[in-house]
Design a protein around this ligand. Sequence first.
Ligand SMILES: O=P(O)(O)O[C@@H]1[C@H](O)[C@H](O)[C@@H](OP(=O)(O)O)[C@H](OP(=O)(O)O)[C@H]1O
Length: 553
Amino acid sequence: MDQHNVRQSKRQKQESRNRAEASAPASAPAQAAASYRPNNPSTSQRPVPSRPPRPQRSPRIEASVDISEPTEPRVEPKAAPKTEPKAEPKTESRVETKTEPKTKPASQTNQNETTPDGSVVSQVHIITWNVGCATPPEDITTLLGLNVGDGNTDMYIIGLQEVNSMINKRLKDVLFTDQWSDVCMERLSPFGYVLITSERMQGLILLVFAKYFHLPFLRGVLTETTRTGMGGYWGNKGGISARMTVFGHSICFLNCHLPAHMENQDERMDDFESILQQQQFDIQGPTGVLDHDLLFWFGDLNFRIENLDIQTVKSAIENNRYAMLWEKDQLNMIKDSETVLEGFEEGPLRFPPTYKFDVGTNTYDTSGKKRTPAWTDRILWRLRATAPAAQTAERRVSVSGLTRGIRVTQHCYRSHMEYLVSDHKPVSSIFTLEFPYRVDIPLVTLIVEDEWKSVEDAKVIYKLMPNYSRSSWDWIGLYKVGFKHHKDYVGYMWAKNEDANRRSSREYRWQLFEQPRWQPFEQPSWQPAWQPACQPPCQPACQPPWQPPQHPP
Ligand SMILES: O=P(O)(O)O[C@@H]1[C@H](O)[C@H](O)[C@@H](OP(=O)(O)O)[C@H](OP(=O)(O)O)[C@H]1O
């Protein structure tokens, strides 16, 4: 089902919703916010409005989920697709976590892997975690896989839910970076990852990191947010997304926090459809989330295990009988009949339900609420125009439709029981994406002639791609090795239009501003990661002693 169909099928429902919202008093959001107390049982029992029957489709004959008995999660080394790009996955090539090579510093890793036939392989590591308003743990090394990874991860996508967004915390986070983004940047930047975009909506945060050398090939980076809480007024629930093209292929990452509680399955699906419908990016061509070549959908989706009492569920978990529970998992049960879920894929759940734990323990909820354990935290993906999914016994592979031919392979899908700060456990997954071709001509090429010993030496020549259409907002930023964030520039120069009209390349002498003027980052051409004087490999030893520029409000 493409974005167009979603829009059509939901238009009627949305129109009636819009009418209802339009007729609400102007102060409704404030009233709703003031009266809503999340943990107050009297207010949390929100009435569930009656809704029209959901569009259903007939169950697919071919099963696209593996409900075999659980085994240890397996991680495939990235070398497999590199050496045998066209071969079917080798189910016997099992790599235990302990035997994986150490993550290499940024300067020692390959810039990306191109297969002999010219296709390109990228590794993406996705994490979702409902952090339950906790402060970040001191060490998130194992969550990021930095101690065991193969060093070839190209992008980290981190989706958080329930980040503390009390008013005093939010004010602090607006002035500074929030603690969670900080801790992720601190851990990832020594390995050459840069935060290329982030989005926050109350407690929902989405962070997208990429290896710095990929930055020229990530284009059209945009984000969207959709509130669905309190009838669309409140951002305690909803979705935030980031989209971009990666080597010329469009990818969207969607982090959702859907409504809680067993009985709210229809509400969850309604909210998901509403998010898909409302999120339209300001790009040429089809603009929706589902219009992307590849979509990753993750978050606290809040689906529950139905029709089993809490003791039966706990006993199944103790005996590793996850397949039995998965059969009763709401998302698993509806995925073949809900039109909007068509094309979404998910790997087998071979880890214990990640909700709900007594904070600080690995013990399922012993509070008065007595929540039944559930796989609330999930990571799915969807290829546009997906061909019937091929599946092997040990890992999931899907190939996109006939024209684009992207291959997605999931190498692991796991939880992280060692993190105790929240009532949810984090969930992560590692994918390799094999693109059939790569668009890898940078829009701008920067050339340094000599070593820079002083500011006066700082000369750089930039060359534009011939058909590149410039904007007066284009600028070139100067960054120091080990920069964490796209706003960490130490200086910038405007790449002026009139110069481009006269010549295709031009020399510029750097002017390092003491207090660079703030400018919006959404420029069409962003050429960061310039590394003067201290060339790699010198990090993390030469982490910047300077402060990033302060942006005036
Ligand atoms: O984030 P929000 O919008 O405040 O929503 C709450 C959140 O989903 C909690 O996880 C849930 O507690 P449980 O996980 O314990 O069910 C709580 O239910 P509750 O109100 O019944 O406590 C919800 O109200």
